[in-house]
Structures are given as structure tokens and as C-alpha cells.
Design a protein around this ligand. Structure first.
Ligand code: GAR
Length: 210
């Protein structure tokens, strides 16, 4: 049985592209991307979605009439496409309980830092500014906090001498583009079990992660 996935984006869409590539390669099943929604018009992610033949919509947070109305509009668009699971792929808006309670443990986000360190915006820049030696990516369930939900999977990458926020982000994204599709597949397969803050991954290959 297919699990209908809606992807929310705000910008470049490299994670969306990774999800679409995984889907095209048959590596996302039973997840199927049925709609892509951006809160910003004119972003590259919308072109990537359209090029892949996916419905690509804009729900603009600036013209929606407030946060509550914005989230209701998002929920309506997702419902129209029969979405069961939501993936935040570079979606840069914090969601309230209005949205989150509609998809209990069915919303995942990717963040370019080893949470709980460096939440919010510019994770790689925060890591550089702090002088950490190890950075990485976290994929987690979404709650109403800023990057605070239960952690599903993480991958570490080294911070190298001379790194800038850009070079570090690029190294993180190599891992991110593998990890996010793997998590989406595992979630669609029903292999993620969340108890409190702890997420277990069922399946023989759980050591490899997903
Ligand atoms: C990604 O690295 C994602 O982890 C980050 O924005 C980038 C979007 O790139 N998200 C956050 O920082 C969320 N707090 P993309 O548009 O190319 O996928």
C-alpha cells in the first residue's frame, strides 16, 4: 500500500531533488510524493517539483492572513491531495499545534546540525562560529518547538580547517541527501517506533540505520 507524502519546501530544493531521485530509483517505496508545497513563490524547489511532474503549489505565509490561516491553508492543500505523511525539506517556518496535531508522528524534518546543538536557522554557520570539530545532520519528528522533536537518525561529518559555513553545509548535505530519503522510506514502511523521545528503527538492517 502506498503512503502518500507531501513535501514542504522554502528554497533551493536539493533535499526535494534527493527525494525525487530516490523515488525514481524505486528506493522510496512504499512512499509516493504526491504534492510539493512552498511557502514562498518563485523558488527553485517549485521548478524541481514541476520538472518531475509533481503538483507544485504555493501557500504564501505572507498573504495567508496570519499563522493560523496559513496552517489551515496548508492542511487543506495537503488534504486535497490525500497526504498521509509530511516531509519538511528545507521548509523554514515553525509549525504550531494546529498543524502538528493533524499528523501525529507523521511529520519529519531535516536539519543541518547534530541536534540538540544549533537549532533554527544557519546550523552550519552556528557550528563554525562555535568552533565544533564534528557537525552533521539530524532527521527528526516534528513537534511544536524549533527542531526539538524526537530524533530519528543522525549522521556526523568532520569540520575541517578552513571550512566556511558554505563548505561545511555542502559536506553535511551529501549525508543529508542520503539520510532523508532513507528515513522517509522507513517511516512509510512502518518501521519507526516512537516511545517518548526515543525512536526505535525496526528491521534487520537497523544497525546500518534504515
Ligand atoms: C537543508 O540543509 C535543511 O536541512 C535546512 O535547510 C536546507 C535546505 O536546503 N533546514 C533547516 O535549517 C531547518 N531548520 P534545500 O532547500 O536545498 O533542501
Amino acid at each position: 500500500m502506498t503512503v502518500r507524502v507531501g513535501v514542504l519546501v522554502s528554497g533551493r530544493g536539493t533535499n526535494l531533488a534527493a527525494l525525487l531521485a530516490a523515488e525514481a530509483a524505486g528506493e522510496l517505496a512504499p512512499a509516493e510524493i504526491v504534492v510539493v508545497i512552498s511557502n514562498k513563490p518563485g523558488v527553485r524547489a517549485l521548478e524541481i517539483a514541476a520538472d518531475a511532474g509533481k503538483p507544485a503549489l504555493v501557500v504564501d505565509h505572507r498573504t495567508a492572513g496570519g499563522r493560523e490561516a496559513f496552517e489551515h491553508a496548508l492542511l487543506a492543500a495537503l488534504a486535497q491531495h490525500g497526504v498521509e505523511t509530511v516531509v519538511l525539506a528545507g521548509f523554514m517556518r515553525v509549525l504550531t499545534s494546529t498543524f502538528v496535531s493533524a499528523y501525529p508522528q507523521r511529520i519529519v524534518n531535516t536539519h543541518p546540525a547534530l541536534l540538540p546543538a544549533f537549532p533554527g536557522t544557519d546550523g552550519p554557520a552556528q557550528a563554525i562560529a562555535h568552533g565544533v570539530k564534528v557537525a552533521g545532520v539530524t532527521v527528526h519528528f516534528v513537534d511544536t518547538g524549533v527542531d526539538t522533536g524526537p530524533i530519528i537518525a543522525q549522521r556526523a561529518v568532520p569540520v575541517l580547517p578552513g571550512d566556511t559555513a558554505e563548505t561545511l553545509h555542502h559536506r553535511i548535505q551529501v549525508e543529508e541527501h542520503r539520510l532523508l530519503p532513507a528515513v522517509v522510506r522507513a517511516l512509510a514502511q512502518g518501521r519507526l517506533v516512537c516511545e517518548g523521545r526515543t525512536v526505535a528503527i525496526r528491521g534487520a538492517d537497523a544497525d546500518q540505520l534504515l
